[in-house]
Write a new protein. Structure first.
Length: 288
């Protein structure tokens, strides 16, 4: 996974669209599997709410996202900007590319998963052409050959799963991004994540040691952002929602071990060039 997205590891959760309507069918589920041979995902789904059942055989896990290229932009050019956006060697170039991506594509979120686990990610898609990408492959050779095209066909609307909790990303009056999240999240139940901030963003859950304080998490984030070192409070890898554009949402469901977690975004602020997390975009929550 590119370090711009995660200095350690990342989790993200998502928001689903509209409530169920009379006459709609249950949300269909399709398998997305990351293997040594690459990303295996469906070629077509029908419009409306769709659940992507994501798992990875790769020991590094996966960071599978669904994106739609805006008209007038070529896939290879957009992927080149994705590569630049996650290039730490050229900070200014990376920020410029990240800003361009907001105009070049719509990010519908997705799921960060660990090897051996399954994460259900539900989003609402209109008919059209999309791309499925494993962001873990960004920065490695042959990214353009590793993405998979997805065609969303017209069809009857599907019912989205009801969320047991909600996480919201929003912007303060000063422009900073903040999480609004419950103190506890239910393991194995759908959680809706809404992005009301001004940039595409993520919601990452990482397990932390018992007794970890918010100050300790902040000290680690600051040290990492400044190229230094500090004791890591994290005890495992990420599970959750990968980057999603403003005004969008998705639902994610994962069987997380009960305990304390940090809810973090590792993406950079377009305005300041600093990681959102280093500007206070993180919270401690309990999974039950």
């Amino acid at each position: 996974m590119p370090t711009l997205m995660i200095p350690a590891l990342a989790l993200a959760l998502a928001f689903v669209a509209a409530p169920a309507q009379a006459g709609t069918s249950e949300t269909p589920a399709v398998d997305v599997v990351v293997e040594d041979s690459g990303l295996n995902s469906p070629a077509t789904v029908t419009a409306g709410a769709t659940t992507f059942r994501i798992r990875s055989a790769d020991p590094e896990g996966a960071y599978v996202g669904v994106v739609r290229i805006r008209p007038g932009h070529a896939l290879r050019d957009v992927l080149a900007d994705v590569e630049r956006a996650f290039d730490h060697a050229d900070r200014e170039g990376a920020l410029a590319a990240a800003r361009r991506l907001s105009a070049e594509m719509v990010l519908y979120g997705g799921a960060a998963v660990q090897a051996g686990m399954v994460v259900d990610y539900t989003t609402v898609l209109a008919p059209g052409a999309y791309v499925v990408i494993d962001f873990k492959e960004v920065g490695r050779p042959g990214l353009a050959d590793k993405v998979r095209r997805l065609r969303v066909l017209p069809g009857l609307p599907h019912r989205s799963p009801s969320a047991a909790a909600e996480i919201v990303l929003s912007s303060t009056a000063a422009g900073a991004t903040r999480f609004t999240a419950p103190a506890t999240l239910p393991s194995g139940r759908p959680v809706r994540v809404v992005n009301r901030s001004r940039q595409y963003n993520e919601a990452i859950l990482l397990p932390v040691r018992p007794g970890t304080t918010r100050e300790q998490v902040g000290a680690y984030i600051t040290a990492v952002s400044e190229g230094g070192q500090a004791p890591s409070p994290f005890t495992g890898g990420p599970v959750g929602l990968v980057p999603m554009s403003p005004g969008h949402a998705a639902v994610i469901r994962a069987d997380l071990a009960p305990g304390s977690y940090a809810l973090v975004t590792w993406l950079r602020d377009y305005r300041t060039g600093r990681m959102h997390a280093d500007q206070g975009t993180y919270e401690l929550i309990t999974v039950e």
